[in-house]
Design a protein around this ligand. Structure first.
Ligand code: BJ8
Length: 422
């Protein structure tokens, strides 16, 4: 890592804080990931990608930036990455999942705010995230109130462009959202100095679809019993999707899927057949957050899917590839995005249907509803989700937590009690 110190210094990182942050990661990573039985060999690529997240990947992005390519940071799956890819830009979904940066975030944000927001702001204030330093600008969205108002604050530190996301899914909302995609297109064109035509946009749509298809294939593999891959490995892959070069990432996920499909054919898995299977639904789990998955899988169950934005909400659905005109392509992008069931929407009944479908497809024995502390929309929606699941005969465990380890023992007890009951 000494080779990277100069790069980190040039990027304006606080080297001492950065060292302290990185020092804790290898231990946590090895405890959570490396000690699993019968891990697929294809995970080596992703382990290495994570290990080089502050090193080689940053170096690559810096080289792209020097070559004049746009670098954009995002925080929500509603941001149409296709437009960034259409100008050969780099899109990075920034980290927001560690307690390490929460106290810094609390210096300028209310304490009773979702830890995800405090963590992301803390990364900037602490100057320990090379991506925050490298991006040309950030893209925010009007989803929850916490994020919406945070973009105004963050804009004092990094230029932050905001997309207005409607909160209903009617015709007028689709029209508004399409307009927002056009406005975003203009922003990208202005910042990159390139025009986006239908040809470029279609190539970008295909690139993003290929990545979605690979992640969907991985998801499909998790339906087997025994599961060929642990939930935490699958989570790690989703988290890394936001950082890696899309084409390279897609190829690696597909290669891993081949290995997993061979395992399925041989009846080989990471747990014994019949191990309890759980679906997780709720708030996103950005890097480097693995607590819930680790606790569940330590207890002998396996997570077979995530209805979250670091799970199925990120890669569900495809953008049609036959849009011939730019306006048709924008409409197609808008439609796919508005099918995402974020709890910021009202009503959000399609989320209940989606959770039921995912539980059924994954042969889940139960569901964990997970919300981050102070996330109002997801906490409020828990009631309806719980009701729908109970009516379908599926046991539900509702958990609220943050990124710290202080509730780990308590969560573990509740998870074990739940597993005994199902
Ligand atoms: S589409 S889930 S990525 S907004 S957890 S910050 S909602 S208080 S992250 Fe999200 Fe887009 Fe929706 Fe997905 Fe607010 Fe809740 Fe925090 Fe959240």
């Amino acid at each position: 890592s000494n080779a990277y110190r100069e790069m980190w210094r040039d990027l304006g990182l606080d080297l001492e804080r950065h060292d302290a942050f990185l020092a804790a990661l290898p231990g946590a990573f090895s405890e959570v990931f490396l000690q699993q039985d019968n891990r697929p060999a294809g995970m080596a690529y992703f382990d290495n990608l994570l290990g080089e997240a502050h090193g080689r990947r940053v170096e690559e992005i810096l080289a792209h930036k020097r070559a004049g390519r746009l670098v954009a940071g995002t925080f929500c799956v509603f941001v149409p990455e296709e437009l960034i890819l259409a100008v050969d830009g780099v899109s990075v979904g920034l980290c927001a999942g560690t307690q390490f940066t929460v106290p810094a975030g609390e210096q300028i944000l209310p304490r009773n705010l979702c830890p995800l927001i405090k963590s992301l702001v803390g990364f900037k204030l602490e100057r320990i995230c090379p991506y925050f330093q490298v991006v040309d600008f950030l893209v925010g969205e009007t989803t929850c109130d916490g994020k919406k108002k945070t973009w105004e604050i963050l804009n004092d530190y990094v230029p932050t462009y905001v997309m207005e996301l409607p909160q209903r899914k009617e015709a007028a909302d689709l029209a508004l959202w399409e307009g927002e995609i056009y406005r975003f297109k203009e922003e990208i064109e202005r910042r990159s100095g390139q025009k986006i035509d239908s040809e470029k946009l279609n190539a970008a749509i295909k690139k993003a679809n290929a990545r979605r298809a690979a992640l969907q294939r991985l998801y499909q593999a998790r339906r087997a019993d025994p599961v060929p891959i642990s939930g935490k490995d699958a989570l790690l892959i989703s988290q890394l999707a936001f950082f890696d070069d899309p084409d390279r990432f897609t190829a690696q996920v597909n290669a891993l899927c081949e290995e997993l499909e061979d395992r399925i054919a041989r009846g080989e898995g990471v747990t014994s057949k019949g191990a309890p299977r759980l679906l997780v639904t709720g708030t996103p789990m950005p890097l480097p957050y693995w607590k819930l998955h680790h606790l569940v899988e330590k207890s002998g169950a396996v997570i077979i899917g995530e209805e979250t934005c670091t799970g199925s909400r990120y890669f569900a659905g495809m953008v049609p590839e036959d849009g011939e005109t730019l306006s048709q392509q924008v409409k197609n992008l808008a439609r796919r995005l508005l099918d995402i069931n974020c709890a910021c929407f009202t009503p959000n009944t399609s989320r209940m249907e989606d959770i039921l479908r995912l539980a059924r497809e994954g042969k889940a024995d139960g569901v964990i509803y997970y919300s981050l502390q102070f996330c109002q929309t997801y906490a409020l929606e828990a009631r309806q989700v719980e009701k729908a699941l109970r009516e379908a005969g599926l046991p539900v465990l509702c958990l609220e937590s943050d990124f710290s380890e202080k509730d780990a023992a308590q969560l573990q007890t509740r998870i074990e009690a739940f597993l005994e009951m199902i």
